[in-house]
Design a protein around this ligand. Structure first.
Ligand code: DUC
Ligand code: ZN
Ligand code: ZN
Length: 476
């Protein structure tokens, strides 16, 4: 018996037929024509136009959704933290992202104290170059705001690194004081950059950490307790006021506390250009996980921390009302064995971060199934708005003529159970072990090339290209 020839991975033309195309603005039964890595046309399924398309490759999307590839605007591959490195590098992390329907990541290059931004950016290019399965861009973490780095910000914006993360937390490591923050914001007001803020009062948190450890409170759950919601809200408020003084827009990363959402909502009600991101871990997990016995809570140590369950409803509401605009993962995995264990007996030594890049699209589909958000809002917060926020739209984040053919065929009826045994991230536990999800990614294309073909991985390291970004597209 002869086996049929495999579909070419990268043919001239591809047609995707019979699916429900979902973008942030529309849902339609439409066929999609792809040529040379770009979407050329969409036409109603069954129309004469679509019937007339011929292609070397036809993908049958009957009973499936046809979605833009996910844009995860907050990942940390190969990221140095707490004396170790996140366990996914650009090869393993982008492969896992593709399995989960994400076709673009924006990762954080790091400026080390005393070094130029350029050095950090070059180092991150070297980490990612020729390793990625999907396309990627960079933000820049500013650890050292001075005259030199302020000037460098202008150059980076011009060459496509148009967003800068500053930390109000982690004194002595990434921390910037209010004066440095103000100066970076003033610079971004002039050069079109977007300041991304880790909003937690790290100076106060460090006092509470010291007091907790002195009192013998060393388990992972105390990581959540010392990083008080009020200290997230206070920092969020302060960041907003500093941005107002500077006349700059502001994007607050990994918002987890109800009180912080309220600060963002208040600012937006005043018409200020203030944006907020949350992450699946804050929507689906809680301090109950941090309190798991036998040091298991360490698996859930990240900052901002997980919050009591009651905060989740305000995050969902914020996503519905557009007080929060983006869901990213803050993917920053550390293995339980050998990495999280660095903090046994002292929660402050547990590397901060959780795995998640593979599960964002699925968890948000589960949120659709459970009625928290609509299908179009799913695509808006996971694809379109992150692309707009970080100057990638409409190349990324939508399905329209001229856009990159980053396309996901999604089976909304498939049932799956998340587990370390089946995930593709390079980490020895799942934060969602045993969680049942309705819906699963079936097929993924990146710039017209198959990466995942009916749950078979056919991607390759080096397919992913660096994407220089424009400036924020949500400011006028
Ligand atoms: N928070 C994390 O949990 N990990 C990396 C950095 C951060 O801000
Ligand atoms: Zn952060
Ligand atoms: Zn982060």
């Amino acid at each position: 018996m002869s086996t049929p020839p495999a579909q070419p991975r990268s043919p001239g033309r591809t047609v995707i037929r019979g699916g429900l195309v979902i973008t942030a603005s529309d849902e339609m039964h439409a066929d999609l024509l792809i040529e040379q890595g770009k979407i050329v046309a969409l036409a109603a399924h069954g129309s004469d136009v679509a019937a007339g398309w011929s292609a070397e490759r036809e993908l049958d999307a009957t009973d499936k959704y046809v979605l833009p590839g996910g844009v995860d605007a907050h990942t940390h591959m190969d990221f140095p933290f707490g004396g170790t490195f996140s366990s996914d590098d650009f090869e393993t992390g982008t492969r896992a992202a593709a399995w989960g329907g994400t076709t673009t990541i924006v990762d954080f290059a790091v400026q080390s104290r005393g070094h130029a931004l350029r050095e950090g950016l070059d180092a991150w290019h070297a980490k990612a170059d020729a390793r990625c399965a999907i396309d990627y861009g960079f933000h820049m973490i500013l650890s050292d705001v001075n005259d030199g780095t302020l000037k460098e910000m202008d150059l980076l914006v011009e060459e496509g690194v148009s967003s800068f993360k500053l930390f109000m937390a982690y004194p002595g490591v990434f921390y910037s004081d209010d004066g440095r923050i103000l100066r970076a914001m003033q610079r971004s007001a002039g050069n079109g950059g977007l300041v991304m803020m880790h909003a937690e009062n790290g100076i106060a948190i460090d006092v509470l950490v010291e007091q907790a450890l002195e009192a013998g409170r060393s388990d992972p759950r105390y990581h959540g307790e010392v990083r008080r919601t009020l200290l997230e809200a206070e920092a969020t408020h302060r960041a907003i006021q500093l941005a107002r003084v500077a006349g700059a827009p502001l994007y607050v990363v990994h918002v987890s506390a109800e009180e912080a959402v309220a600060e963002l909502a208040g600012a937006r009600d005043k018409g200020l250009p203030v944006f907020g991101e949350t992450c699946p871990q804050y929507l689906f997990l809680s301090t109950d996980n941090l309190a798991e016995p036998d040091f298991e809570g360490a698996k859930y140590v990240c900052s901002t921390p997980l919050r009591p369950k009651e905060h989740q409803e305000s995050l969902w509401r914020g996503l519905r009302t557009n007080d929060l605009q983006v869901v990213s993962t803050d993917h920053c995995p550390f293995c339980f064995n050998g990495q999280k264990e660095l903090g046994r007996g002292d929660f402050s030594k547990i590397p901060n971060g959780m795995p998640g890049v593979e599960h964002r699209m699925d968890l948000l589909h589960q949120a659709v199934v459970e009625g928290h958000i609509t299908r179009r809002r799913w695509i808006e917060i996971a694809c379109a708005t992150p692309a707009r926020m970080f100057g990638l739209y409409p190349k990324k984040g939508t399905l329209a003529p001229g856009a990159d053919a980053d396309v996901v065929l999604y089976d909304p009826k498939a049932e799956q159970t998340l587990s370390v045994d089946t995930h593709h991230m390079n980490v020895d536990y799942s934060a969602y072990e045993g969680k049942r999800i309705t819906g699963r990614v079936d097929t993924v294309l990146s710039r017209g090339e198959l990466v995942l073909d009916g749950r078979q991985y056919v991607g390759r390291a080096g397919h992913g290209q660096y994407v220089p970004r424009g400036t924020c597209q949500l400011l006028d």
